[in-house]
Design a protein around this ligand. Structure first.
Ligand SMILES: NC(=O)c1ccc[n+]([C@@H]2O[C@H](COP(=O)([O-])OP(=O)(O)OC[C@H]3O[C@@H](n4cnc5c(N)ncnc54)[C@H](O)[C@@H]3O)[C@@H](O)[C@H]2O)c1
Ligand SMILES: O=c1ccn([C@@H]2O[C@H](COP(=O)(O)OP(=O)(O)O[C@H]3O[C@H](CO)[C@@H](O)[C@H](O)[C@H]3O)[C@@H](O)[C@H]2O)c(=O)[nH]1
Length: 474
């Protein structure tokens, strides 16, 4: 059992702290926001993350998980101090705002009275490990105390955060102090994941390069979707066909409204900024960002091309958070879409299974006219008297709606499927004017399973038979 302090109780801090506690360690989570800590102490979890509330409660009950606003309390006897504070976009050029990490480093230095390994879990620009080391060294209240700094980027996804933390594809550790890095590695050994030990710059870059690569896959398939749409091919089937190639893989090839969230947008921007600052010309990263922005515009263009003017039209929006299974509204496509349609005179009926309060707050922050937005308590309510519906996130409950009922509730049966969750032909046969993203109307695709037999298999009876399509990568 190790004594661990986690600085920051956002997604990453809470999940890191709770999972390490669940693995038998003694963990104290520190945050400067008193209200957050007060809520956590009352047993309330400030974010929506499946399974997290139960896991926190279990570990608090077992006496392994504590919350405080006091660095002194959190740091007391801690062998490991994880920094997991936010690093949002800080300037119009896209650089990462390091002020929270720097503040955390200073506050650690002011309270540290024993040797500890300080581990940076926040996503930070290459070279930040040196900055943290310098800040701590400069501000140490006890200059005789020694410490080590290790970079340990986090790869969890919101909505699957616990599962991702406990079953990582890899753990990355970067440090110039290999003994300290090995101590951190020992914490992760129970997870039985490959552990990559490298220098601190490389560890920091692995995080940005991974996110930028995934974002590139998304923009790539979105560009292919636009071409498919023009030429009559179907991007969903193209993705399946590409995904069978093991060198490509099926993951992150879902065309749609582009990426949003607390990570991809800011991390691609920050990486491009790092390259710009280094005198390079990161043209691929700039193209990735441009295509991503275009995807959001495209759905509104589709809407206008069907409805003509949006003035006084009622638009149902299904899904508000940046993706399913989270209430996180950071850089959610819904915000741009709602701003644009209300800007053109439309009224919005919005529904998300969990993002309601966070959505309202985000819209307020973004200056969206809330008097034009009605928050509904289910998808059917959002469809009432709507001139069109836009599916913005792919929550499971949106995949199994009674579409006949939805159609009957609408004033005009226009369906813009921003996540390609419905079959175009089916929707058209139900009477919808349907637009997906890059969906074709061409001939049916058939995938026959690999077979040892040389006898030809019977002809498939189903249209668009995609045997094995799918979700195995999730
Ligand atoms: N959200 C994700 O899915 C995810 C996944 C991997 C990596 N990351 C990275 O992890 C970092 C944290 O992300 P997040 O989404 O958890 O952020 P968040 O905004 O949800 O939470 C950050 C928390 O840190 C607290 N904080 C800020 N300054 C502090 C200080 N000086 N002392 C104590 N607490 C302080 C804030 O009050 C907040 O509670 C970011 O660098 C992010 O890029 C995020
Ligand atoms: O094929 C796809 C896959 C994802 N998305 C979108 O991409 C965004 C990000 O999705 P996802 O990666 O599932 O969510 P995050 O929680 O933002 O996680 C990403 O960002 C985290 C923060 O850095 C990393 O830790 C994770 O590894 C990385 O997947 C969302 O808007 C998705 O809708 C697509 O449009 N198409």
């Amino acid at each position: 059992m190790s004594k661990i302090c986690v600085i920051g109780t956002g997604y990453v801090g809470l999940v890191t702290g709770t999972c390490f506690a669940d693995m038998g360690n003694d963990v104290t989570c520190v945050d400067i926001v008193e209200e957050k800590i007060a809520r956590l102490k009352r047993g309330e979890v400030p974010i929506y993350e499946p399974g997290l509330a139960e896991m926190i409660a279990r570990n608090v009950r077992a006496g392994r998980l504590h919350f405080t606003t006091s660095y002194r309390e959190g740091l007391a006897d801690s062998e490991f101090i994880f920094i997991a504070v936010n690093t949002p976009t800080g300037s119009t050029q896209g650089s990462a705002d390091m002020r929270y990490v720097e503040m955390a480093a200073r506050m650690i230095a002011e309270e540290l009275d024993h040797y500890a390994v300080i581990i940076n879990k926040s996503t930070v620009p290459v070279g930040s490990g040196d900055v943290v080391t310098r800040i701590i060294r400069t501000h140490l209240a006890r200059p005789d105390v020694s410490f080590a700094v290790v970079s340990n980027p986090e790869f969890l996804r919101e909505g699957a955060a616990i599962q991702d933390f406990l079953n990582p594809d890899r753990v990355v550790l970067g440090s110039s102090d290999m003994e300290a890095a090995h101590r951190v590695a020992a914490l992760y050994l129970p997870l039985r994941a490959p552990i990559i030990m490298t220098d601190i710059y490389t560890a920091e870059m692995i995080k940005y390069a991974s996110n930028a690569f995934l974002a590139t896959k998304i923009s790539f398939i979105n560009e292919i979707a636009q071409i498919c749409e023009r030429l009559g091919a179907d991007v969903k089937e193209v993705a399946v066909g590409m995904g069978y190639d093991k060198r490509i893989g099926r993951a992150f090839l879902d065309a749609g409204l582009g990426y949003g969230g607390s990570c991809f947008p800011k991390d691609v921007r920050a990486l491009a900024h790092m390259a710009d600052e280094a005198g390079l010309h990161p043209q691929l990263l700039h193209a990735v960002m441009e295509i991503n922005q275009d995807q959001r515009r495209l759905v509104v263009d589709k809407l206008v091309s069907i409805l003509g003017s949006l003035r006084n039209a009622t638009i149902g929006i299904l899904g508000l958070a940046f993706k399913a299974n989270t209430d996180d509204m950071r850089e959610a496509p819904s915000l741009d879409i709602i701003r644009w349609v209300t800007g053109q005179g439309a009224l919005v009926r919005a529904y998300d299974p969990v993002a309601r309060e966070t959505a309202r707050q985000a819209m307020e922050r973004e200056g969206i006219r809330l008097d034009l937005v009605t928050f509904c308590s289910n998808a059917y309510e959002a469809a009432e008297q709507a001139d069109a519906i836009i599916i913005v996130t792919d929550w499971n409950e949106f995949k199994s709606l009674d579409m006949v009922q939805i159609r009957n509730l609408m004033r005009r049966p226009v369906l813009i499927d921003g996540r390609n969750i419905y079959e175009p032909r089916e929707m058209v046969s139900l009477g919808f004017t349907y637009r997906g993203i890059g969906r074709g109307t061409g001939p049916a695709a058939t995938v026959l399973p690999a077979s040892d037999s040389t006898t030809p298999p019977p002809a498939p009876t189903r249209e668009r038979t995609l045997i094995g399509e799918g979700d195995e990568y999730r």
